[in-house]
Design a binder for this molecule. Structure first.
Ligand SMILES: C[S@@+](CC[C@H](N)C(=O)[O-])C[C@H]1O[C@@H](n2cnc3c(N)ncnc32)[C@H](O)[C@@H]1O
Length: 484
């Protein structure tokens, strides 16, 4: 039986929900003209962010039909759904992810800060930064030329400067009577020029002096966003590709100005968020956990009324590399992570296991089975990657269903990507797998991607320059937890 054509409307609420969705005009879900960066949504970029009006409207529609006491986003990413849960004043909001940058960002985005404190602390921070810049001005401004001329270092090369930046900078500081703590991670010099490293280190050391932890974390998010713009990384891509050497040579970002402008923007957004939460008398309890969505060990069973989530489109290697995107930030921020942990993030995400030599199809989805059969005949290894991703997705669906209360709703926002010419119908797969794990299929809403923060091209081979088009539309799959 085709699940999509066999919708099970069992309660009055299901009927009301479907009527409400059906009554919306075409293109309602595109949100072409909406400000998707308002409040704290806009304080830091993150790959494949969900545009906030999606969750805002789902929450509004569902709340008009039934109370929502507990909301969960098991693939929280930058925390869009969690922020919207607060703006909808949901009593309990859970957000989980594996990527430590996602957790840190979501924590900052959902922690309200009193405007007056934020203003005075940021004023103090900027004064400290200016003073330290003034004190070290000559040494900082001269470092690129001196390292290049005196030590004959090629500042664009991986060997020499690229690999040993901390050693050279330490020597430089000793000779020039400077004392700024420099981070020590692999290929620091490959990704940053000497002046940029000194300035970032200076900002970091001044942020560390902020006593209030929540304000300090907020400053670190502005710092993290600055890192991306002043690194030698090619902007506009989520994978770690560096600018060509000729560009690195002449790249001289204004680190301090970049940081201040991001900080000021973020302060405005935080003030607007805090004010809005005050207006609505927000009493939401936000609980953020570093949990694998296939396990969700910290979320109680049977407690969730509503799930709104956008899982990854596929494995990190061939779709969006969340770990790679976050790497430089995590290497600079002191989040108590080893280099091994940081480098291993992408492998720990959905589809990280390899099935190089084939697999036995066990996932309860006829649609996926047909796609995998076709894919296997073209490329066994790629078929294995796809299988690995959907195997994790199956585990996640089963776990999330277990966390959901009877009659609770799920809204899965997904894109159907194409691998080796085979379009993988993730929306159907979710409906079919959900059916096996106690979730009835209710509807699929289609939307055009007009303002989502994601590349319209990806790099399926993981090689710089080789790209193919990614999807330009998404589907929101609506499921309902049935009575056992
Ligand atoms: C499409 S993004 C979510 C974006 C999010 N809706 C937002 O607005 O920022 C998918 C997220 O799933 C996370 N992820 C991947 N595999 C995971 C797993 N097994 N458990 C939990 N989170 C996972 C990634 O780290 C990433 O943050």
């Amino acid at each position: 039986m085709d699940i999509i054509n066999n919708i099970k409307i069992t309660t009055q609420n299901d009927k009301k929900l479907l009527e409400a969705l059906d009554a919306l005009p075409a293109n309602y879900w595109d949100f072409k003209a909406d400000d998707v960066r308002e409040y704290t949504h806009g304080i830091h970029n993150y790959p494949a962010m969900m545009v906030c009006p999606i969750s805002r409207n789902i929450l509004r529609i569902v709340q008009e039909i039934r109370p929502v006491n507990t909301l969960l986003d098991p693939f929280m990413g930058s925390g869009t759904v969690v922020v919207e849960g607060m703006l909808a004043n949901i009593p309990q909001v859970y957000g989980t992810d594996i990527n430590p940058l996602a957790l840190f960002l979501s924590k900052v985005k959902t922690t309200r800060l009193a405007s007056a404190n934020l203003q005075s602390e940021s004023q103090r921070l900027l004064e400290r930064i200016y003073q330290s810049c003034e004190k070290n001005r000559t040494q900082i401004n001269g470092v690129d030329n001196i390292l290049h001329d005196r030590y004959e270092l090629d500042l664009t090369a991986k060997k020499g400067w690229g690999e040993n930046a901390p050693v050279y900078l330490k020597k430089y500081q000793e000779q020039n009577n400077m004392e700024i703590e420099i981070p020590n991670f692999k290929n620091l010099g490959y990704w940053f020029k000497p002046r940029v490293i000194l300035l970032l280190s200076l900002i970091k050391s001044q942020i560390q002096k902020t006593e209030d932890k929540d304000i300090r974390d907020f400053f670190f998010i502005a710092f993290s966003e600055t890192i991306r713009f002043v690194s030698n990384r090619r902007n506009g891509e989520f994978k770690m590709f560096r600018m060509p050497a000729v560009k690195v040579k002449t790249f001289e970002p204004d680190v301090i100005r970049e940081f201040i402008s991001i900080l000021n923007r973020n302060i405005e957004k935080m003030n607007a968020f805090t004010e809005r939460c005050c207006q609505i008398d927000c009493t939401t309890k936000v609980s953020i956990f570093r949990n694998n969505a296939t396990i969700l060990k910290d979320i109680p069973d049977g407690c969730v009324d509503l799930v709104i989530t956008s899982p990854p489109y596929g494995d990190s290697r061939t779709t969006v590399a969340y770990g790679e995107y976050s790497r430089l930030s995590l290497q600079w921020l002191d989040l108590d992570l080893s280099e091994k942990e940081i480098m291993g993030i992408d492998k720990s995400l959905m589809g990280g296991n390899k099935f190089k030599n084939g697999f036995k199809m066990t996932i309860p989805s006829r649609t996926l089975q047909q796609s995998l059969q076709r894919l296997q005949s073209v490329d066994l290894e790629r078929a294995g990657d796809v299988y690995s991703f959907y195997l994790d997705l199956e585990k996640a669906i089963s776990t999330i269903s277990r966390k959901t209360r009877i009659d609770g709703y799920h809204f899965w926002v997904v894109g159907n990507r194409t691998v080796k010419g085979e379009t993988l119908l993730t929306d159907r797969v979710i409906a079919e797998v959900g059916q096996r794990y106690g979730m009835d299929y209710l509807s699929t809403i289609d939307r055009n991607i007009v303002n989502k923060v994601m590349p319209m091209q990806n790099s399926p081979t993981n090689q710089s320059g080789k790209k193919s088009a990614t999807m330009t539309n998404e589907h929101i799959v609506v499921l309902k937890k049935r009575k056992c």
